[in-house]
Design a binder for this molecule. Structure first.
Ligand SMILES: *Cc1c(COP(=O)(O)O)cnc(C)c1O
Length: 390
């Protein structure tokens, strides 16, 4: 049996009469019916096939098929953005009166969704701390329907034990939904631990080149059927053009992730005990509080390194402005190294006490390690730290 990485590279929709090697772009809003009867049968779900690109499109289907192979999922649906995927994952499955148990350290917009949008529709949530798993079971309510987590979390790189959580969700018959954006299926596959749904912002490591937005949910067939119904009629579909890009990107995911992870580990080892830093976090650094768990459930440590500079908010901004290679931008998972100050950007909408609760201090810097030569990155970060010494 071929390895899934091989299958992903060899996946291709039916070739056209032109015998093209690379998948063509299917930029079409709709698909024709050979007969009126065929149109009726397609709409009645008696035939499988494309009708309209809000429902499905060959480029989108190729991307979904590849992601299902990588995550070990039955089916999936692709979205215009990661947030459209996160939102649709809640909207399709939950109803007024339902409760979500979520890990506290979730992506900024997911936090806004939980606290300001779903709450309007009578869907409540409770946050649980990744560092205190012993508290989770007591937070499950009679109306809890879904557990939503990120591991590793953004930007604190906190891990949640997927094997433990898979058992907890089974015991209470809950739906487990994992935002697997930071790890990618190359480093960890939550479905193998019992997750029902896996969500990605494909904008990040899946594109990996900072070009397009995209999102996807893959998972259990019955849940994907509900999500597909919801998406088909609410319209968050991924564009075929972006699907074409993302599908091609998946063919290089393993080689890109190997390099991201290698360089991130090398950088983290250099920064560990750096005199200008208060702390450094990287899952595969032995000083990470969950190092053993990281080794157990992740193939490598991922492409993100987080550290706290001495001197707080002002020093963090000075440090960023002194960098000569790394880009100041909110995105991550690019070929180019990017640097973010969460307290003033991605997490600025959180109150100070909410930020403290998820461990985002004023001096915290998030580096998404790109594919540049790692010695150049180390030299750039080191010179910016030295240049901004108090
Ligand atoms: C970026 C991100 C999202 C949102 O994805 P978009 O494609 O920007 O909508 C969701 N979750 C995580 C962990 C992310 O990093």
């Amino acid at each position: 049996m071929e390895n899934n990485e091989t299958k992903v590279i060899r996946t291709h929709p039916n070739r056209s009469e032109f015998r093209e090697h690379s998948t063509p772009l299917y930029l079409t809003s709709s698909f024709t019916f050979e007969t009126a009867e065929q149109g009726r049968a397609l709409f009645a779900d008696e035939l499988e096939g494309n009708i309209y690109s809000r429902f499905s499109n060959p480029n989108t289907s190729e991307f979904i098929d590849k992601m299902c192979l990588l995550e070990g999922a039955e089916d999936g649906f692709a979205f215009a953005t990661g947030m459209a995927a996160v939102f649709s994952g809640f909207g399709a499955i939950l109803q007024s009166g339902d409760h979500i148990l979520a890990s506290r350290s979730v992506f900024g917009s997911s936090h806004q969704l939980l606290t300001k949008v779903l709450s309007k529709w009578g869907i409540t949530h409770t946050y649980a701390d990744a560092a205190r798993p012993e508290e989770w079971e007591a937070l499950i309510q009679p109306n809890t329907k879904l557990i939503f987590i990120e591991t590793p979390s953004n930007p604190q790189l906190e891990l949640i034990d997927l094997e433990w959580l898979g058992n907890l969700k089974k015991k209470h018959n809950l739906i487990l939904s994992v935002d697997n954006c930071f790890a990618t299926p190359y480093l960890q596959t939550p479905i193998s631990y019992g997750a029902d749904l896996v969500i990605h912002s494909a904008t990040k490591f899946i594109d990996g080149q900072g070009r397009v937005l995209g999102g996807i949910i893959v998972g259990r067939q019955d849940l994907i059927d509900e999500i597909r119904f919801f998406a088909r009629h609410t319209g968050p579909a991924l564009s075929p053009f972006n699907a074409w890009i993302l599908s091609k990107s998946l063919e290089t995911l393993p080689v890109r992730m190997d390099r991201h992870c290698q360089s991130a580990l090398t950088l983290a080892e250099f920064l560990d005990n750096h005199p200008e830093l208060e702390s450094v976090l990287y899952p595969f650094l032995p000083s990470h509080p969950q190092y053993e768990l990281a080794k157990k459930q992740m193939k490598q440590g991922g492409g993100i390194v987080t550290f706290v500079v001495k001197g707080g908010y002002a020093r963090a901004h000075q440090f960023m402005d002194a960098l000569q290679i790394a880009s100041k931008t909110a995105n991550l998972g690019d070929t180019r190294t990017t640097v973010t100050h969460p307290a003033s950007t991605t997490h600025s909408k959180l109150t100070e006490s909410e930020r403290t609760a998820v461990g985002i201090s004023d001096g915290l810097i998030r580096i998404s390690v790109g594919l540049e030569n790692v010695n150049d990155l180390i030299a750039d970060i080191d010179q910016a730290l030295v240049a901004t010494k108090a």
